[in-house]
Design a protein around this ligand. Structure first.
Ligand SMILES: [Zn+2]
Ligand SMILES: [Zn+2]
Length: 163
């Protein structure tokens, strides 16, 4: 449970080390191993307690790495839906000649957009295997750093025999 009293579940997009396919998982009931749906590769998963209970992402279940970055989750569908709903509502008010209300609705739609993107839409990404994490946990990982990415990706690809 988080501080709002809601039970959140971390959504994980595990990346297959062999073929890079994205395999969706839930942190709370993830199995100890999954099979890649695309290439059949068996992936062992080690889900730590913070990941399982949505308190933070400390270790990557796929590659065991502990280096992550936070980035904005560009989900064009969410942004677009908010804008469309806002436009429809403000259009309705506009039809009745209530300009001010229309602008207020547009402004609040933009605000909702900002809040959605600013908080819940941040995702955590593993530097090594690029697995993605979404949940209500506090984002502690720093922003993307190209140098760190270069170093860790090479290290990981050597480890799994891709280089
Ligand atoms: Zn695969
Ligand atoms: Zn990883």
């Amino acid at each position: 449970m988080n501080r709002h009293g809601t039970i959140w579940i971390v959504q994980i997009l595990a990346k297959c080390p062999k073929c890079d396919a994205g395999l969706p998982l839930r942190g709370a009931d993830a199995p100890s191993a999954i099979k890649c749906g695309r290439c059949g590769h068996e992936i062992a998963l080690t889900i730590t307690e913070p990941v399982r209970t949505d308190r933070g992402v400390d270790r990557c279940p796929v590659c065991n790495g502990a280096d992550f970055y936070t980035r904005k989750d560009f989900d064009p569908k969410v942004g677009l839906t908010v804008v469309v709903i806002g436009a429809v509502i403000s259009g309705t008010f506009y039809w009745f000649g209530k300009d001010l209300v229309a602008y207020a609705v547009l402004a609040s739609a933009a605000l909702v957009d900002l809040v959605v993107y600013g908080r819940l839409k941040d995702l955590t990404v593993c530097y090594r295997c690029h697995s993605e994490f979404r949940g209500a946990y506090a984002r502690t990982a720093p922003a993307f750093d190209l140098h760190t990415a270069d170093v860790l990706e090479v290290e990981y690809e050597r480890k799994i025999g891709r280089r």
